[in-house]
Structures are given as structure tokens and as C-alpha cells.
Design a protein around this ligand. Structure first.
Ligand SMILES: Cc1cc2nc3c(=O)[nH]c(=O)nc-3n(C[C@H](O)[C@H](O)[C@H](O)COP(=O)(O)OP(=O)(O)OC[C@H]3O[C@@H](n4cnc5c(N)ncnc54)[C@H](O)[C@@H]3O)c2cc1C
Length: 456
């Protein structure tokens, strides 16, 4: 059986950055990154405008080297204001230092153009405050989908040249204690041995983390879940914001329920995409940097945050069952509905969709999202759309499209043994899968931080 000093489970930005720093600290260290999905250059999603999701066994959008962010448009948050709570865990100064390190590494491998930096803007912030909206404020670096992809491929190639082993289609099912280290069991009866393990399995690895915590008696805290829709409209409606700050991230406290709703993951000139999360198809969005790949539309998520209290402790399953219901009504696909149809209480059909002034960029099933989303979530989303319409008039147009569902799970948050994010002796957890991060910069920063802890 092959033996390693460190086995990293998951080849997203967290795992890649951890490997990079471990090698920087000790070039002799023997590292393997095992990944459930494919090598980056072979990741391909057959779904598109003409063809819906065909339910691949491993989703190329969410799984594979470079992780969930591989086809994202590479918005890199230059701070801790959002994208996770690493600042709370390490202190803002230290977290920012590590974010800065990630930024420098990405700059080194970013060979296809100079990324643009968007700075925060007081005028827009004020406009939002005057309308009961809170614009989250941070400088953001934008690589663009293509540039982000090339940067990640360059980084992966560099790791390979430094002797980091990579094993694609290695889906880790179980970890077993063995002497001083661990045996990792993969699907297909593959195994390997390692002294240390870094779990970097992202959001898609929630079940693996839950299984690990059960096996080793690590306590898990129930966290919150965000459920909602992807919203698409003409790009011009949000241009005042996107031209100045690139990505508006806005919070709203809804009137009826006083719940927190957030608008985020904005894609200027972008495309709505479908994601396959273990057979459940959900909506997402991305955009390309090149002008010839831009669409006339922009898209963003509006999600309602739910924090469950006792005795209920299955928030992920709750969100999944809502998305499954959308897939059931949508004949195995995401649903799409015009905002005008939603507020009039009628389904969208192909005829009305065909006449819509906003052309959908994802082939989804025209239907009725109100048959899927619980009343509270739906009310929150509708109220948020009307609130956003005050700062970007046109958002609440009849022809605005809502794709259902989109959800973000942050439900599993294991309890760490110490401030090294160690779960049990020699096993660490980083990135989105730790319940701490929600973005590229903090996931990468956490990877470097844990690598430093292991090296010490
Ligand atoms: C469409 C999209 C757009 C996004 N855009 C942005 C953006 O612009 N800016 C931003 O900051 N963030 C963005 N995000 C979020 C960002 O991608 C994530 O926060 C980030 O990728 C988390 O990194 P990670 O390394 O923790 O996990 P991931 O990137 O999710 O990587 C985890 C990897 O682990 C693998 N894995 C899971 N379980 C196992 C297992 N049991 N065995 C082996 N391998 C396993 C998965 O296949 C996956 O490749 C976006 C996400 C999506 C889906």
C-alpha cells in the first residue's frame, strides 16, 4: 500500500493551496491529493442551452481538480467581510495575511491577463442604506472564468512538477486508524496510508464529513441553510452597480418574517447553470471574462437563511428535499418562472416563456416555483425582489426569471480539537467543508494556514 506524509482529500482551492504550502515548507514531504472527480482538463459538462442536465455519475461542474470554483468567474474577495468566518476564527489580521498569501500565489500562476480590482463605493452603499438594504463592502479581484481556469491549471501543473501526486476518481468513503497514521478507503477497494490527513472536500463532501465525524465521535453542530432561487434579468438593470463594484452583495431583513435574505453570487453578462449534487439538480450561475462570451443578461442568487432549532437537526436534508420537489415538478430539471407569473399565482408555460423579453440562458422547465418553496421562503424572496427594485429599478419586472431551486448548505460544522482545525490527532479540515468558508479566498487561506500548522 502506498504511504504518504499527508493525504489531502479533495482537490479544490483549499486542498491545492495546502499542498502548495506543505511543499514550500518542506520540498521532501510526500503528498497525495485524491479527488472524487476528474482532472481539470477533462472536466466537461454536457448540459447547456439546448440540452438539460444528463445526470452524470460525478458532476463535472462541482467535482474534479480545482473544485467547485473551477468554472466560476473567479471573484476573489480581498478581505474577510464575507465569504466565511475565518476572520472570527483566526482574527482578522491573521486571516487577511493568509488571504494575501493566496492572492500572491494566484498572481504567480495567472498568466493570461491582469485581473481587474473593484473597490467599495460609498455612494452605492448610501443608496442601499436609504432603502433598508445593506451593501456588503469589500475590494474584489475579478479573474474571469477563463483566466481563473488557466490559473488553476497552472497551479496544478506546478504541484505535479514539485512531486505532489494526484489521483483522480478517488472517492474517499472511509478513514480507519492504523498505528501512528490512517488508512484511507476509496470506492473500488482502493486504499492508501497516510500519517496526516487534510479533509478538503468542500460542500459536496458533506456526507463524507458527517460519516467521518460519526466514526470518530467528533461532535457536529447544526448550522444554517440558505434556500432560494437564481434570478436572471437584463444586464443593464444592475449596471450602475456592476460597473462600479462588479459584484453587489446585499442583505435585506424582510418585513413579514424579519428573516435575513441575501442577494449574492452576481454574474454580469452571465449564464445560469445547472448543478448536479448527488442526483439533485440545482441552479447556479457564472460568467466569462471575454466580451464575445457575455450575454445580455445578469444573474444572481436570492437566498433566505434558515437556522433550525431543536429538535430538528437535518437542515441539509430539508434543503435537498425542497430541491428534489422542484426536480419532480420540473421533470428532472430546474424550474423557471417569470416573476410576473409568480406574483399573479400562475405557472409559466413555454408559450409565455417564448414571448419573454429576458431570454433564459439555461434550458429549464417552465413551471411554478410557488408549488415548491415553503410560504415563508417564497414571501421572503418576493419581498427582497421588491426591495432590490428600489435601488435597481427593473429588478421586479414581470419578465425577470426565477430558477428554482438554489441552496447553500453550511449545516455541518464539526467541532475542532484546537485552533489548528484538527478534528482528531493528525486529521484536519479546511475550506467550505469545515463550515467556516464560503469562498475561494478563505478556503485557500485556510489550506495554507493548516499546512503551516502541520509543518510546525
Ligand atoms: C458555480 C460556482 C461559482 C462560484 N463562484 C465563486 C466566486 O466567484 N468566488 C468565490 O470566492 N467563490 C465562488 N464559489 C464558491 C467556491 O467555489 C468555493 O467556496 C470553493 O471552491 C471552496 O473550496 P474548497 O476547496 O473548500 O472546496 P471545493 O472547491 O468544493 O473542492 C472540494 C473537492 O473535494 C472533492 N470531494 C468531495 N468529497 C470527496 C471525497 N469523499 N473524496 C474525494 N474527493 C472529494 C470534490 O469533488 C471537490 O472537487 C463558487 C461556487 C460555485 C459552485
Amino acid at each position: 500500500m502506498e504511504k504518504y506524509d499527508v493525504a489531502i482529500i479533495g482537490g479544490g482551492i483549499g486542498g491545492l493551496m495546502a499542498a502548495y504550502r506543505l511543499k514550500q515548507n518542506n520540498p521532501e514531504i510526500k503528498i497525495v491529493i485524491t479527488e472524487r472527480g476528474n482532472n481539470l482538463e477533462k472536466r466537461f459538462c454536457p448540459a447547456g442551452k439546448q440540452k438539460g442536465c444528463i445526470h452524470c455519475k460525478t458532476c463535472s461542474i462541482t467535482s474534479g481538480y480545482a473544485g467547485a470554483g473551477a468554472f466560476s468567474d473567479g471573484k476573489f474577495n480581498l478581505g474577510t467581510a464575507y465569504g466565511g468566518t475565518l476572520g472570527e476564527e483566526l482574527g482578522d489580521d491573521k486571516a487577511n495575511e493568509y488571504i494575501d498569501e493566496v492572492d500572491k500565489i494566484l498572481n504567480k500562476y495567472c498568466t493570461s491577463g491582469i485581473p481587474q480590482i473593484y473597490r467599495s463605493n460609498d455612494e452605492l452603499k448610501l443608496k442601499c442604506i436609504q432603502n433598508n438594504l445593506r451593501l456588503l463592502d469589500m475590494n474584489v479581484k475579478h479573474l474571469g472564468t477563463d483566466n481563473n481556469y488557466i490559473t488553476m491549471q497552472n497551479l496544478i501543473n506546478a504541484l505535479g512538477e514539485q512531486g505532489v501526486e494526484m489521483k483522480a476518481f478517488y472517492d474517499c468513503e472511509k478513514v480507519e486508524k492504523s498505528g501512528e497514521g490512517y488508512i484511507l478507503h476509496y470506492a473500488g477497494e482502493k486504499r492508501l496510508e497516510a500519517k496526516n490527513i487534510i479533509i478538503a472536500t468542500g460542500r459536496g463532501g458533506a456526507n463524507f464529513v458527517a460519516g467521518f465525524c460519526r466514526d470518530f465521535g467528533v461532535h457536529m453542530r447544526s448550522n444554517h441553510v440558505d434556500i432560494g432561487v437564481r434570478v436572471e434579468m437584463k444586464d443593464i438593470i444592475w449596471r450602475e452597480f456592476s460597473d462600479r463594484i462588479y459584484e453587489p452583495k446585499i442583505l435585506y431583513k424582510t418585513k413579514t418574517f424579519e428573516d435575513r435574505c441575501r442577494m449574492f453570487c452576481f454574474n454580469k453578462g452571465g449564464l445560469v447553470s445547472a448543478e448536479n449534487n448527488h442526483g439533485i439538480i440545482t441552479a447556479n450561475g457564472h460568467s466569462y471574462a471575454e466580451a464575445d462570451k457575455k450575454t445580455d443578461n445578469c444573474n444572481f442568487a436570492i437566498l433566505s437563511s434558515i437556522r433550525f432549532t431543536e429538535p430538528f437537526n437535518q437542515p441539509t436534508e430539508y434543503a435537498e428535499s425542497i430541491s428534489r420537489l422542484a426536480n419532480m415538478i420540473g421533470n428532472g430539471s430546474v424550474l423557471v418562472q417569470r416573476f410576473g407569473d409568480l406574483v399573479r399565482g400562475r405557472r409559466t408555460n413555454d408559450h409565455r416563456l417564448g414571448q419573454n423579453t429576458v431570454t433564459p440562458t439555461l434550458k429549464a422547465t417552465a413551471g411554478d416555483i410557488s408549488l415548491v418553496l415553503p410560504h415563508r421562503i417564497l414571501t421572503n424572496i418576493i419581498e427582497t425582489i421588491y426591495a432590490l427594485d428600489k435601488v435597481a429599478p427593473g429588478t421586479a419586472n414581470d419578465d425577470t426569471l426565477l430558477y428554482g431551486c438554489e441552496s447553500k448548505y453550511y449545516s455541518i460544522r464539526p467541532e475542532f480539537k484546537n485552533n489548528k482545525f484538527e478534528l482528531i490527532d493528525g486529521v484536519y479540515i479546511i475550506g467550505d467543508g469545515s463550515g467556516i468558508c464560503r469562498g475561494l479566498s478563505q478556503s485557500g487561506a485556510m489550506g495554507i494556514y493548516v499546512a503551516d500548522c502541520i509543518s510546525k
